[in-house]
Write a protein that binds this ligand. Sequence first.
Ligand SMILES: *[C@@H]1O[C@H](CO)[C@@H](O)[C@H](O)[C@H]1NC(C)=O
Ligand SMILES: *[C@@H]1O[C@H](CO)[C@@H](O)[C@H](O)[C@H]1NC(C)=O
Length: 310
Amino acid sequence: MFLLRKNLHVPGLFLFLLLLSSSSSSSVSIAKAQYKSSPYLSPTTVILNYNKMVNNFKVFMYKPNKPLNFAAKVESMFYSSLQNSTYITQDPEEAHLFFVPFSQDTSTRSLARVITRIRSEHPYWNRTLGADHFYLSCGGIPRVSDRNLVELKKNAIQISCFPTRRDMFVPHKDLTLPAVSIPHAPARRVRMGGEREFCVGEYGKDVSWIGEAMRLGCVVVVVTEGAVNDMPFMDVLRWREMVVFLRKGEEVKRVLGESDGEWHERRRGLGVVVSKHFVWNHPPLPFDAFNTIMYQLWLRRYTIRYANVQ
Ligand SMILES: *[C@@H]1O[C@H](CO)[C@@H](O)[C@H](O)[C@H]1NC(C)=O
Ligand SMILES: *[C@@H]1O[C@H](CO)[C@@H](O)[C@H](O)[C@H]1NC(C)=O
C-alpha cells in the first residue's frame, strides 16, 4: 500500500509513507531483543570523547568586519549558539580551532580580503595555512585561484547546509548542518506493530525531515542518483545501519518489500536513538545538533602547526 502524505510540515517535501503490512508481529518482538548493533562508528569512545570535548574544547572567533547576516535559519542557529557557548575563548593561545565569521553575501573578493587581514594581523593562519580554522557557508564556497581562498577552501573546515553540492564539499574535512525542523512538530501518529513504515525522500531535494522521521520511528529511505557525498554527522554515525540508500530507478516497493520485520525494527530502533542529534534546541542541549557539530569539530582539532613560518 502506498500512502501519499499531504499534511507534512515541511514545504516542498518529497516524502511519502510506505506501509508494508505483510510482516508478522512475532518477528518484530524477536528483533526487539536483538538491538546489539550501535548507531555510532566508535561506540566505545563516543561518550568519553564527547565529555572531554564539553570540558576542554576552546574556539577563538575573529571579529567580523561587518554585522553578519545569514540566509539559512540553521546558520544563524549555529552562529548564535556558538557565540553564547562556553566553547568560545577570548584567549587565542588556548584555542584548538579558530572561527572565521563572514556573511552569506560576502563576495569572493571581500572574502579574500578577510583572510588577508586575518593572515597579517594574527600569527595563527600561517601556522597551519588555515587548517585549524573553520567557517560557515550554507552553500559552500566556490573554487577560485586566489591564494587566500584556495587555502580557505582546501585547508579550513567548511560547515555548510545539508545537502551540499559535490563540488562545494571536501569529504574528509567538511561538515554539514542538519536542517532546523519545525519547532514543536505536530506529533505524527505512526502505526507500528506488524506494519513496517518507511519515509522516502530524494537525496539533494528537501531531506530536512530526516531527524524528525527517525524520531517518530519511520525508517528513512534515501533515493540517490549517484554516490552520496555528504550526510550529516557522517564521521559519527553509521548511516548504513539505519537508513536505506536506494539508487534512482530501483523499485522502492520491491526492495523494501523484501525486508523483514527484524531488519526494519533494528533500523527503526537505531533511528530513534540518534534522532536527538538532529534537534536544534534554543539554548542547546547535550548531544543535540549544535553540540554534535561541535563534537565533529573537536574530532578535527589535530593539525600540524609550523613553529616558524618564515
Ligand atoms: C603570514 O605570511 C604572509 C606571507 O605568506 C605574510 O605576508 C604575513 O605577514 C604573515 N603573517 C604574519 C602574522 O607573520
Ligand atoms: C544567545 O544569547 C542571546 C542573549 O542572551 C539570546 O538572545 C539568544 O537567544 C541566544 N541564542 C541561543 C541560540 O541560545
